[in-house]
Ligand binder design. Structure first.
Ligand SMILES: [Zn+2]
Length: 338
């Protein structure tokens, strides 16, 4: 048997279960990564180096100093310049593998833009931090019959589960409702880069297996990098009464508008109910009379009293310093416009 030539993908092609055939399939594949944080940046780096055809990266936020401990791809300069995560990741990935078509989107995945942002995608990698977006992804993936891979991590533990619509349990089969009560978050309980990187790597292994056409059986994997405990169990059974994959009632996708969302555990509210273009340089000039403004073409940030407003060109804003939707709305109306 002749070994493949010493191409950039040779080590992965020599892994027999993947092979040159798997590489060709991966080259033709389009993957979306929803969220560009601790999970998403590791997924993006692995998939780009592996030679996926298209990598679409969707993230609504900008790089901050506290991200650098676990979010690969980003630099101190990205934090200083307040670069949106999707753009910073795309810039870095273009240097890593110029053969990959990188499609960054600075946007929040919502019911109204999900069909556009996830159009022509073969597989979705979950790198979000909230159930609302995961249910939306799950609805879309089940409706369009696209595999997606759920992943989550906090403190030292995490889990991943592949969802193959029509074959395995979907997220609604496993969690008909979001887990109730206060859940630990990365802000309250912290998180280790070793666990987010490990979960992202497991998600990518599933993605490459699915995209290469290898035989695949979904398994729920959990691990704790601190205690060292790791478990793998068969994917939970499908729920014959599942509102999503059985009844095909896509309640999370159907809502064309949602209320503003309190960002999970972040003492911040996102306002995204006013989809309208905003001229950031004009706004920068106006708010600059009140407080120092930092702005670039992607985002504007200003600290006003105890609050910090970050405004994006599409009219979206993240207001830090409150979880009160009313306060956030009135700050938005006062400083950005009603
Ligand atoms: Zn289901």
């Amino acid at each position: 048997m002749m070994l493949p030539s010493d191409s950039r993908y040779s080590r992965q092609e020599r892994f027999a279960p993947f092979g040159a055939d798997g590489q060709q399939r991966l080259r033709a594949a389009r993957v979306a990564i929803v969220g560009c944080g601790a999970l998403g940046t590791v997924q993006a780096e692995i998939m780009a180096r592996a030679g996926v055809g298209t990598l679409r990266m969707i993230d609504r936020d900008i790089v901050e100093l506290s991200n650098l401990q676990r979010q690969f791809l980003f630099t101190e300069a990205d934090a200083a310049e307040q670069t949106p995560k999707a753009m910073a990741a795309a810039r870095r990935l273009a240097l890593v593998n110029s053969e990959v078509a990188i499609e960054p989107h600075v946007a929040d995945l919502t019911p109204s833009n999900a069909a556009d942002l996830l159009e022509n995608i073969d597989l979705i990698l979950d790198a979000t931090d909230n159930f609302e977006t995961r249910y939306l992804m799950n609805d879309f993936a089940v409706r369009e019959c696209i595999p997606w891979i759920y992943g989550a991590a906090v403190s030292s533990y995490g889990l991943k589960l592949a969802v193959i619509p029509g074959v395995t349990a979907c997220l609604k089969c496993v969690y008909p409702e979001p887990p109730s009560g206060a859940q630990p978050t990365c802000e309250t309980a912290g998180v280790l880069a070793s666990v987010t990187a490990a979960i992202a790597a497991l998600q990518c292994a599933d993605a490459m297996k699915i995209l290469s056409g290898a035989e695949f059986s979904a398994r729920l994997s959990t691990l704790d990098v601190w205690s060292g405990e790791m478990r793998q169990i068969a994917s939970p059974a499908r729920d014959p009464g599942c509102v999503c994959c059985a009844a095909r009632n896509f309640v999370h996708l159907d809502g064309s508008r949602r209320a503003p969302v309190s960002l999970c555990g972040r003492n911040a509210v996102q306002i995204h109910e006013r989809a309208r273009p905003i001229n950031l340089s004009e706004l920068s000039e106006r708010l600059g009379k009140l407080a120092p403004v930092r702005a670039n073409e992607f985002a504007l940030r200003v600290a006003l009293d105890a609050y910090e407003l970050t405004v994006f060109p599409d009219g979206r804003a993240i207001i830090k310093g409150t979880t009160d939707v009313g306060i956030a709305r009135s700050l938005y109306a006062r400083y950005v416009g009603a």
